[in-house]
Design a binder for this molecule. Sequence first.
Ligand SMILES: Cc1ncc(COP(=O)(O)O)c(C=O)c1O
Length: 311
Amino acid sequence: MSSLNEKLAAALSSREKRHIRRRLPVSTSAVHPSTDFTSNDYLSLATSLTLRAAFQSALSAAPQILGSGGSRLLVPTPLHAALENRLEIFFGAEKALLFNSGFDANVAFFSAIPQPGDVVLYDEHIHASVHDGMATSRIDPSSRIKFPHNSVAALKRSLRKLLHEQDDLRDGKASAFVAVESLYSMDGTFAPLHEIVQCVEEMLPRGNGYVIVDEAHATGIYGPQGRGMVAALGLEGRVLARLHTFGKALAGSGAAILTTELIRDYLLNYARPLIYTTALTYANVIGVGCAFDTLENGSAEVIYQDISWIF
Ligand SMILES: Cc1ncc(COP(=O)(O)O)c(C=O)c1O
């Protein structure tokens, strides 16, 4: 065995011994199980005949459904722009920007937006993509600070310490970003979003504290017509950015960051996971549009009620 293969095999065998070796799951049955405890298809939209029919009819009517032709930065993508426009209105946001996945969106945001000298405080249960974004950002590794899950008291302590130590943060010349999820899927806990926003506003009265909320697991489920927890709590104007993903309750793939015009513009210029990749296919954008139709016209709720007897 080559030295490379030996090293790779040893790492896999070590995972095997620790019972953490990952494998692709295989289906044990040809038919869909009646009870689904593993997927993120929270509203059963992926198996909805109503959505399937709407999607097929929208595909038939669309001028273009295959591919997208390249990066958003290279080819005009009016359909993508129209979806962004729609999301801005639906979510009550200044601007929306599409990404090929929620993973890409988090990597893009956290690698590009925090500037040298800034700090990012993150909940200890934050998604891996936020870690990957921070790791490729220009902030110092010591400025990525974890706080215990959902602890506003600990967040406040960390901010107080940073403000004591860092003149630039105190003077408003540097920024503090706070990264949380609205709903943590692994243990089913909600972030105390209102308290987190209030804490950041009180600790950083110069306005240089920014909350970023990952709504991946709340999208389509919580808030008015599935707009998420930020909307449910009326915090739209008090968070810097929200992430909504399409791959879970919305039966598609891709994601959108809702944020300010300036941040969107900056991401278009500096976010590598957006610049150097082929945009979502037209079919995907059309499918996401159909899923949002079900949220807006209420049929998503009907589909959900159809299967709610399972619970
Ligand atoms: C909290 C959270 N953020 C981001 C992502 C990434 O989203 P996507 O699956 O669209 O890449 C996921 C899920 O995978 C997630 O659970």
